[in-house]
Design a protein around this ligand. Structure first.
Ligand code: TYD
Length: 199
């Protein structure tokens, strides 16, 4: 059986994560791999409450952090770990690095958040940090026809971007410049994945 591969795509809103998750999934499928695409917050009970809070009004900082942890614990148990054990390629749109960034921006210590997560959440084989200037990211959110929600305010995203970039020197991390077209970014990601898998 082939070995499972765990890839996480992270970055602030507007960097194009979800398109790239699909593109990378298609690339692995073309290589004959079994692929699971997933995202956080999930569509489970905790994830649903979190999504509601994004429009209806944010939860308290403590509850919000706890709900993300609860949601992730279920995601790891029900989807991530079993899929990796079955030799599949798992590609996630957001994971605990988003908790470090967004709940970190809300006042918690990012390193403490990381520690809490790594007790139960497996570290990915590859973390792709999708990087883009915040003003460009915000104009893309606008161009998509969405309005910026509570999580997408400018100063908040500036801090989140800094926290994501603080992970750049981790062995498992790679920064992807998202200023180009979808095709250019997809090409950059494939190159990175190919060279990492060859190692
Ligand atoms: P997002 O992927 O943008 O969902 P959608 O495409 O439906 O808008 O995620 C929603 C928000 O959740 C995003 O602004 C970041 C936030 N978030 C956290 O604050 N902490 C976390 O741990 C995760 C996974 C997401």
């Amino acid at each position: 059986m082939e070995k499972g591969i765990f890839i996480v795509i992270e970055g602030i809103d507007g960097t194009g994560k979800s398109s790239q998750v699909k593109r990378l999934g298609d690339w692995f499928l073309s290589q004959g791999r079994e692929v699971i695409l997933s995202r956080e917050p999930t569509n489970g009970p905790w994830g649903k409450k979190l999504r509601e809070s994004m429009t209806a009004g944010r939860l308290s900082a403590e509850d919000e952090l706890q709900y993300f942890l609860n949601d992730r614990r279920e995601h790891v148990e029900e989807v991530i770990s079993p899929s990796l054990a079955a030799g599949k390629v798992v590609i996630l749109d957001r994971y605990y690095f988003s908790t470090m960034a967004y709940q970190g921006a809300r006042g918690f210590d990012p390193l403490e958040i990381r520690r809490k997560n790594e007790v139960f959440a497996p570290v990915p084989d590859l973390l792709l940090i999708m990087d883009l200037n915040v003003d460009v990211a915000l104009s893309r959110i606008g161009a998509r026809g969405d309005t910026a929600n509570e999580f997408e305010k400018r100063e908040n995203l500036v801090r989140c971007r800094e926290i994501f970039l603080s992970l750049r020197d981790e062995k498992f991390a790679e920064v992807i410049d998202c200023s180009g077209t979808i095709d250019e970014v997809a090409e950059q990601i494939q190159e990175t994945v190919r060279s990492r898998l060859a190692e």
